[in-house]
Design a protein around this ligand. Structure first.
Ligand SMILES: Nc1ncnc2c1ncn2[C@@H]1O[C@H](COP(=O)(O)OP(=O)(O)OP(=O)(O)O)[C@@H](O)[C@H]1O
Length: 223
């Protein structure tokens, strides 16, 4: 099986208010199509790790590989390109632009990547909305749809550039149990049917148990 993401000896320190080591020698691999959850008590370093893995935080030591390519040390422009191309994000809060339509929101990361024509991007966005059963929402403004619908739009947006991996920081954290279950099923389907890799931070043990693998963190270490 191919390896999508690999972390080798990741250490990170915060210097303020006092110097402390928040991540301690983190090592793991994510394979193609693997659905992995990260669990651990509040403050153990999950979000800090996800920030590094998603290439948004470059202030660490160790090595990070995306699609077998060493990305540690790459400049900001290159990182931004790789992030847009290979990684899709789903957060606890959807971060949709409320005055934009659903379709426009989904199209945005592809416009940023600028590798396809607007016509093609629109078609791809419509396909993603269809896949998530929300094509009827395409022309509504993001402010006019429900919380569960917003999170499905956020997933469509994360998928627009056909990433190799979806990363999520408590993507079901703001949803009621019905919508959380729905989002989980979508993730499961993406992993099983489309071979997409997923790495999701969650506090929900029932959710985590249904993923392929749980990475457990404690006090900055991966157990
Ligand atoms: N910018 C920062 N400067 C200093 N310390 C920080 C900073 N960000 C986070 N921390 C600390 O680093 C530790 C890990 O934080 P992190 O947000 O990664 O934890 P977490 O496991 O995601 O927690 P939660 O489950 O509550 O979201 C915590 O002790 C936190 O207070």
């Amino acid at each position: 099986m191919d390896i999508v993401l690999e972390a080798k000896h990741i250490d990170k320190y915060f210097k303020k208010p006092v110097k402390f080591q928040v991540l301690k020698d983190i090592n793991f691999q994510i394979k193609t199509g693997e659905f992995t959850s990260i669990m651990g008590k509040s403050g153990c370093g999950k979000s800090t790790l996800l920030y590094i893995l998603s290439t948004m935080d470059t202030n660490y030591t160790g090595e990070l590989y995306l699609q077998n390519q060493l990305i540690t040390g790459k400049d900001a422009t290159h990182l931004s390109y790789l992030r847009n191309k290979h990684i899709g994000f789903v957060f606890q809060f959807h971060y949709l632009l409320s005055e934009f339509t659903v379709l426009e929101n989904v199209m945005l990361p592809a416009k940023k990547l600028a590798e396809k024509s607007v016509v093609d991007i629109k078609q791809t966005a419509q396909n993603k909305l269809k896949m998530l059963n929300i094509e009827h929402l395409a022309l509504k403004k993001a402010s006019q749809i429900s919380g569960g619908e917003k999170q499905r739009v956020a997933i469509a947006r994360a998928l627009i550039n056909n990433p190799s991996i979806i990363m999520g920081d408590e993507p079901t954290g703001n949803l009621d149990s019905h919508n959380a279950e729905n989002v989980f099923s979508i993730f499961k389907q993406l992993s099983e049917e489309q071979g997409l890799s997923l790495l999701i931070v969650t506090h929900d043990e029932d959710f985590a148990k249904k993923t392929d693998r749980i990475l457990l963190m404690e006090d900055g270490k991966m157990l």
